[in-house]
Design a protein around this ligand. Structure first.
Ligand SMILES: Cc1cc2nc3c(=O)[nH]c(=O)nc-3n(C[C@H](O)[C@H](O)[C@H](O)COP(=O)(O)OP(=O)(O)OC[C@H]3O[C@@H](n4cnc5c(N)ncnc54)[C@H](O)[C@@H]3O)c2cc1C
Length: 309
């Protein structure tokens, strides 16, 4: 019998680009190996469409392919807004939770690119190869520049002089690209989750990607010419692909009213959701986003307690 059904684990899809953010995929793969060794069955590539509730208890999930999985505990690792507004029947969610989720702020939209490169970038500030290419490279020349980038994004939808953080994981792991070639990730800020004046990210994805590449090119001339291929994820793509509402990688803004005992809301900060049998274990719970494992660790402790262990 399945005891716990955990959905939204960062195991499958996330792992795929986790490799490109400096080996974060290796963490989930190590966790998966440990879970498998403990007898856990992991299924990826299938979304949860709905949390099943019977007589006021969460009793399992319905997958996108229509399969029902029943369990003693349902543990959600997705943004709480996604959980309560899209994966639960509104009638099963108490009014106070619905109201909180209506006002749950998801904000730190990011624009994400992975690029394949014919050669390493050559930065004007530090020409030639070197250890600096194995580190996080942040293109944000001054505090004023960053301030402008933020304000521009608020007004315009994206900053026309953006902050770009670049990682080149193939400098550390040569299995990621053919000899002499490289892969890099570009973590681009600032961008608005929703563009002003009803504009859609679908109509601006390529234009903003060009801007990001041109921005790197300013600091590393020849970079644009070295791009062999690119994968582009706007905030809207991050939402569609990974369930990151508004492109928010932290499943909800880390603002004071959404932290500590108020994450995701007062009464649910102990990882127990609004419906008995339903638990939350992701970034939308205390202590929030980042690859800490802390929300999952804390949630597991509470679930074990409720199961008399
Ligand atoms: C480019 C980038 C760089 C980052 N760099 C760092 C860093 O250097 N250090 C750091 O600490 N953090 C970093 N972060 C943040 C970090 O990745 C997140 O905070 C962390 O992944 C959150 O983990 P999580 O398990 O709570 O949620 P997620 O990693 O968001 O996992 C949720 C999972 O749920 C899945 N899912 C969604 N809907 C469903 C559904 N209906 N059914 C089933 N599954 C579903 C998604 O596909 C996803 O795999 C970075 C994020 C990005 C995007």
């Amino acid at each position: 019998m399945l005891l716990h059904h955990v959905f939204g684990q960062s195991n499958g899809v996330k792992g795929a680009w986790g490799h490109a953010v400096g080996g974060m995929g290796a963490i989930t793969q190590a966790m998966a190996r440990a879970a498998l060794a403990a007898g856990v069955e992991i299924r990826t590539g299938m979304g949860v469409a709905k949390v099943l509730v019977e007589q006021g208890m969460a009793v399992g999930v319905l997958t996108g392919s229509g399969e029902e999985l029943r369990a003693n505990a349902v543990v959600a690792n997705v943004n709480p807004k996604l959980l309560y507004e899209q994966l639960c029947d509104p009638a099963d969610v108490p009014v106070a939770t619905r109201e909180r989720m209506h006002n749950w702020r998801c904000g730190s939209g990011t624009f994400r690119m992975n690029v394949a490169l014919s050669r390493l970038p050559d930065f004007r500030a530090l020409p030639g190869p070197g250890d600096h290419l194995t580190a996080g490279i942040i293109l944000a020349p001054s505090l004023d520049y960053m301030d402008r980038a933020y304000l521009d994004a608020r007004q315009y939808g994206w900053s026309r002089e953006p902050v770009v953080e670049m990682l080149i994981p193939s400098t550390l792991d040569d299995s990621l690209a053919p000899p002499g070639q490289h892969v890099a990730s570009l973590f681009c800020q600032h961008v608005a989750p929703q563009l002003p004046e009803g504009r859609s990210w679908d109509d601006h994805r390529e234009e903003v990607a060009d801007l990001m590449v041109a921005t790197v090119d300013k600091y590393a001339p020849g970079f644009a010419d070295s791009v062999l291929g690119r994968q582009i994820l706007s905030p809207l793509d991050l939402e569609r692909t990974f369930g990151l509402i508004g492109g928010d990688i932290f499943h909800g803004a880390l603002s004071l009213n959404q932290l500590f005992s108020a994450r995701p809301m007062v009464g649910q900060a102990n990882y127990r959701g609004a419906i008995p049998g339903l638990y939350l274990c992701g970034s939308g719970t205390h202590p929030g986003g980042g690859v800490t494992g802390a929300p999952g660790h804390n949630a597991a402790r509470e679930i074990l307690k409720d199961n008399g262990r």
